[in-house]
Design a protein. Sequence first.
Length: 346
Amino acid sequence: MQKKKDIRALTKEELRAFFVAQGDKSFRGNQVYEWLWSKGAHSFEAMTNISKSTRAMLEEHFVINHIQVDSMQRSSDGTVKNAVRLHDGLIVESVLIPTESRTTACVSSQVGCSLNCNFCATARLKRMRNLNPDEIYDQVAAINKESLLYYNHKLSNIVFMGMGEPLMNYNNVLKAIDKITSPEGLGMSPRRITVSTSGIPKMIKKMADDEVKFNLAVSLHSAIDEIRTKIMPFNETFPLDDLRDALKYWYAKTERRVTYEYVVWDGINDNKESINALINFCKHIPCKVNLIEYNPIDDGEYQQASQNAINNYISNLEMHGIVVNVRRSRGKDIDAACGQLANKGQ
Ligand code: SF4
């Protein structure tokens, strides 16, 4: 028997063409599209303004591969973590992070990750597959619902900082963002979306060429090749010079500043040389630095540096006019914090 196709992999145009090929009106495609995206229908049965015979025909040809929120944990600080079951049984995690002024969704782009950052829990899962656009979209839609339910307002921001390297699943991430920002999807502004990458130079250039409208963040963690390679071994293949060139290219094309995500670890990058290297790296293009609080995934060599070391970073960066924010980690008690997503609740 032929495998049924996921209907949500079709564009609106493809859906319209499908109905025409079936001898129906193209308009029917619009109706079904609206059910699938604006109304979030989980079954053909739910499409009540579509005739029974058309619904049966759709059932014959397609499936709707919706995600299922398998479990939901709420942290004492209000952070919500969803374990999301995909149609093939695999699980990814996404997180809702509330602050006073906004609610942010942190979503996954791959099941596991093919990169091997040594400080990261997801890296231990290895990459199993890329997420489809609708699976990424569904995570955001689920969190949007939770934001409305618990905080009485819609989701305000999205960061692609969950499981996986988004630029290794670039086309699907782009398609998902198209849907998230379209009026038929969630109608969110791309300015409120940030794609956070470990820094793959050729993909950063591609994003600039594609004139994407969302924001770019790079997990930098060190501006010294030797140290960065130790933390993120793929830096050997994509060294800092290449990353710097790609970021310059990005800025020349988009005129948008980049955010550098940076963790200070005890005995790894908590020294003056690392601070100076970061300051020099920040001179290449307009940027800001987010110093992220780290949650150890074990008692190994990656432990958060002392407050004194972090203060040293802050004062030196500020002295050089670099904007620096300290990002307190949220949801620690439910393993929802940065670098902790590893399906541990399963
Ligand atoms: S930090 Fe990001 S890119 Fe690195 S292994 Fe973890 S999920 Fe992958």
